[in-house]
Design a protein. Structure first.
Length: 315
């Protein structure tokens, strides 16, 4: 429910004071040939992000790339069609079924992945600030950065100093449930620690951070290429700023596909460049479509591929 309320509020903010006729004119007059390279860059970014996810697993339990890519696509599919970021749970289940990697370990990698995502977005924002126009929300981003760095430092220190013992302590009360044994809680604690391997392995952390940064820059280029179709006259840095704003906004709960939140974040980023709100909304709607339909289509193909062997066995 909270996600739908947030989406409704941001949808109102996105469409407030816009001129529908100008929005429609922007949609009608844009050059949609630029959608193709934008989607191409999006696909390359997704492939890199799946590779990054694979590297978040330790060498002993690292799953093959193709099941990881398939699970990542399904995660994007369900994030776009279901609320509460249900895609995160979907990809955990998908990877477990296709590779038998522990669900607890996979959950830990998903959490660490989100940590790297937000951290790299903040680094990109502050690194590019000298070349960006005035960004009104930079102070809020600085507070988030400080909290994230402090939290990460504490987590790393705890993992290095105590290993899985704190997690065993936290999970032990679950053993009182009739269907959960102490052995299962201890195994889950060990799996969760394995899933945080990159937090205390400098090599894995470096690979994950580099792949995360490259994937976000590619998404920024995807957003910028689409801007060429709207003749906004902005540099590639504008595309990166749009992606930073969208990426940070995904921290908020929202409806399926982050409707409203996605558009509002895009408008906030383009407002720094003085883009009129109606024209910015035209672009935001198409950018959202570019980040919706390819994921839904690819997810449907993956689901169809999963269902085909099952139908053959039934037949």
């Amino acid at each position: 429910m909270a996600g739908f309320v947030v989406s409704a509020a941001f949808t109102y903010l996105a469409i407030r004071n816009v001129h529908p006729d100008r929005v429609w004119r922007g949609l009608r007059e844009s050059n949609y040939w630029w959608v193709a390279p934008s989607v191409g860059l999006l696909a390359v970014s997704l492939a890199l992000r799946a590779w990054r996810w694979q590297f978040l697993f330790g060498a002993a339990t690292r799953p093959p790339y193709l099941p990881v890519l398939s699970a990542a696509i399904l995660g994007q599919f369900f994030n776009n069609v279901l609320p509460a970021r249900a895609g995160e749970a979907a990809r955990v289940i998908s990877l477990n079924r296709s590779t038998r990697v522990s669900r607890a370990e996979t959950v830990a990698t998903v959490v660490v992945e989100r940590l790297y995502d937000v951290l790299v977005l903040l680094v990109l924002l502050f690194a590019l600030l000298p070349w960006l126009p005035h960004v009104t929300w930079v102070h809020a981003a600085a507070i988030l950065a400080l909290a994230l760095v402090a939290g990460t430092a504490v987590a790393v220190l705890v993992l290095v100093r105590f290993g899985e013992r704190p997690l065993r302590f936290v999970l032990r009360p679950l053993a009182r449930l009739p269907f959960v044994s102490l052995e299962r809680t201890e195994a889950a604690a060990a799996s969760l620690v394995r899933g945080t391997a990159s937090l205390h392995n400098p090599w894995l952390a470096l690979v994950a951070l580099v792949l995360t940064a490259v994937s976000w820059v590619l998404l920024g280029l995807s957003a910028w290429v689409l801007m060429l179709g709207f003749d906004l006259g902005l540099s590639p840095l504008a595309g990166v700023l749009v992606i930073v704003a969208i990426g940070l906004s995904m921290i908020l709960p929202s409806s399926p596909a982050a409707v409203g939140v996605f558009e509002a974040a895009t408008l906030v980023a383009l407002n720094a460049y003085g883009v009129p709100k109606s024209g910015a909304l035209s672009y935001a709607l198409v950018l959202h479509a570019v980040n919706f339909f390819p994921y839904v289509g690819a997810g449907a193909v993956v689901l169809q591929g999963r269902a085909w062997p099952l139908r053959r066995r039934i037949a």
